[in-house]
Design a protein around this ligand. Structure first.
Ligand code: AVJ
Length: 328
């Protein structure tokens, strides 16, 4: 009987993450179905994202890298170098882009401490060891956990002003007003002498944007489908990856890339660890990601609503991307 099978398969996934289970069930029992893009980044997903950043179609990383490289001295100057500060990076990742700024700040003899924050302790350990060999003079104190827990901890345990980095256009990944709410939350931790540098992907030819999320080699498709692989492994689901496909489109009115996993036929998926089944109609879509693109005016407005003034835009010659420096 199916019940018995489910119990047998259960053995493999006894220690599932209850938060993942709750989010996934909530997302797949509502209409339209959705899964949070924050779950893309398991081991395989992080590797696939590394590959995405190398794709010819995926311009954001390369463009932001160039902005930081070419304008590093000016950007560092805007941080204010006359007194000590904490350079807090939310979602530090591999720090490849940040190392440009870190090197520059050390070169300018800035008095600062680097505080990389990431949900993944593994990523932070890798970052710390690479920093130790590449930039031995750097003072680092990493924080594994939630971004706002990190800001709270800093406020209560550390003296001195701060410069907060939120790079890579991660700000674009929120739903609805999530970008505004995120900046409003950061604002609560800021003092007049603090700064925030945020990476925004700008509006451009809609075809350029669409291609960046639907590459010819199919890496982004694999990245999206990996979410289902993760649910198979971590929640004992039985998604047949051949029966779902990656679909993505950019709406130039809304300025949002929306990505989906579409069920190619009517089918039922069983989550053996959760004793739960989810049915899909033929061509029913699971919404998996939003990626917002902004006009400069929208960025100013967003800042204003969050109580932040945009002090300086750092952009590339094609105006594909902007790192924007805000203060209160
Ligand atoms: C990591 C959120 C910046 O939205 O461009 C890349 C994630 N998704 N290709 C983005 C992503 C598909 C990426 N961010």
């Amino acid at each position: 009987a199916p019940q018995t099978n489910a119990n047998v398969e259960n053995e493999g996934v006894k220690n599932y993450d209850p938060e993942l289970a709750r989010d996934v069930l909530a997302g797949l029992t509502q209409t339209p179905k959705s899964l949070s893009s924050k779950y893309f980044y398991d081991g395989a997903g992080s590797k696939l994202f590394q590959q995405i950043m190398e794709l010819p179609e995926y311009y954001p990383t390369r463009t932001e890298f160039k902005i930081l490289e070419e304008q590093q001295a000016e950007i560092a100057g805007f941080f204010g170098l006359t007194d000590f500060f904490h350079l807090v990076e939310l979602g530090a990742g591999d720090g490849l882009k940040t190392k440009i700024l870190l090197r520059q700040l050390l070169h300018m003899k800035a008095d600062f401490e680097y505080v990389p924050v990431d949900i993944s302790g593994d990523i932070l350990k890798q970052l710390e060891s690479s920093l130790q060999t590449e930039l031995p003079a750097l003072r680092t104190e990493s924080f594994a956990g939630d971004y706002f827990k990190a800001l709270h901890w800093l406020q209560h345990n550390k003296e001195g002003r701060k410069v907060v980095l939120f790079l890579g256009s991660n700000i674009g990944n929120f739903e609805d007003n999530g970008d505004l709410e995120f900046l409003q939350e950061i604002r609560k931790y800021l003092k007049p002498e603090d700064k925030v540098l945020v990476g925004f992907d700008l509006r451009k030819d809609p075809r350029t944007i669409r291609q960046a999320y639907d590459d010819a080699a199919g890496v982004t498709a694999a990245f999206n489908l990996n979410l289902l692989k993760r649910l198979n492994r971590e929640l004992g689901a039985d998604f047949n990856l051949k029966q779902f496909e990656h679909f993505t489109d950019y709406d130039p009115l809304e300025g949002v890339v929306k990505s989906y996993l579409v069920s190619k036929k009517q089918q039922t998926v069983t989550f053996s660890a959760l004793n739960h089944r989810v049915s899909f109609a033929a061509w029913e879509a699971i919404h998996t990601e939003n990626s917002h693109k902004y006009t400069p005016a929208q960025i100013e407005e967003l800042g204003k609503k969050a109580g932040l003034k945009s002090e300086q835009f750092f952009t590339d010659e094609k105006h594909y991307f902007a790192d924007v420096l805000f203060r209160v």
